[in-house]
Design a protein around this ligand. Sequence first.
Ligand code: NAD
Ligand code: GLY
Length: 374
Amino acid sequence: MTSQHPVSSVQRIHIALGERSYEIAIGAGLLGAETSYAGLPRAAHAMIVTNPTVGSLYGEDLVNALKGHYPLVHTVVLPDGESHKTWESLNLIFDALLSNGCDRSTVLFALGGGVVGDMTGFAAASYMRGVPFVQVPTTLLAQVDSSVGGKTAINHALGKNMIGAFYQPQRVLCDLDAIKSLPDRELSAGLAEVIKYGPIADMAFMAWMEANVDALMARDSSALAFAVRRSCEIKAQVVSQDERESGVRAILNFGHTFGHAIEAGMGYGAWLHGEAVGCGMVMAARLSAALGLIDQAFVDRLRHLVERAGLPVVAPVLDARDNVGRYMALMRVDKKAEAGAIKFVVIDPVGHAAVRSAPDEMVAEVISVSCHVR
Ligand code: NAD
Ligand code: GLY
């Protein structure tokens, strides 16, 4: 599935976090290359965590690449999908670790998208009070966002990613070849998190996205390589400044307050995370305009880009009787909420973001408009 040797043009991005620093490698053919795993912590056991979809595509390549480094390479296969980002799945990892006699030096390898990555990271943070782990992200979304920065979590019925830990990986390996097997809908979902970086941090990147979104949708390899690299560079810069989100890191949640309400309100998995974030960014831009921080022309510009990336821009009705009330209730359990007051990442001005609250009536109007107009 992947080539045995990485191509020469591997991009490397450093995440500067003192003793928790690590490297993101981006290139084709990385996943199945033994050299990609050189220099990681040594151990008797390696445990690959994956799901049936990704495991059948890339599991064997990874096992073969790890065999040269670890005497015992185990694999645990979790059920696929956001609806399985739960305690039950997490426990399958612990079951596999304990039943295979994995000790506290065992290295975990997350092979999959953000769901596998977030759960593997959480398992690594807590197994025997912490073992090393490596992210091998296979979706675009995971390569540009979730595998980087050390946020790990599972969902709770009452809120998305509510239980987890900050825990940094030892290394992130973004194999661009993996994107080739990604379904179109998942590719679009990943583009949402790429688009996110423009309005909050880099308007030149937003203009590049506008010029290249068709190439990205067509999986042009050099366009994808640049999108992954630039996204990781921006994320690395933000995370290096504020690892545990006590300040600036919150801007990476642009679109997520509305988006998480959509995901939880529709039932996890009905809307993909990236789809909810794409629509949520349009809603957050509308709120920014309502607050007088940006003009309507920018809302239209962002909505157009989100739409061109194949993402929904009309928000779903979550409750036919009290739609606004349902959105508000779900947004009050967002991690940014303080004493029940909802906080939003707004654009202020374009190319920069800030965290703000807004009057309930204004938020209600944004929800109503967003559920009915493009
Ligand atoms: P996902 O992990 O569910 O993967 C999407 C689908 O694609 C799955 O069915 C998966 O099996 C399949 N797949 C993965 N790689 C494939 C490949 N190469 N070829 C074919 N199919 C493949 O979803 P996702 O979009 O990767 O991640 C979403 C999750 O990430 C959410 O739970 C979200 O909360 C989380 N997230 C976390 C962070 C963070 O900072 N930790 C940031 C953003 C999102
Ligand atoms: N995806 C948001 C963050 O990593 O902070």
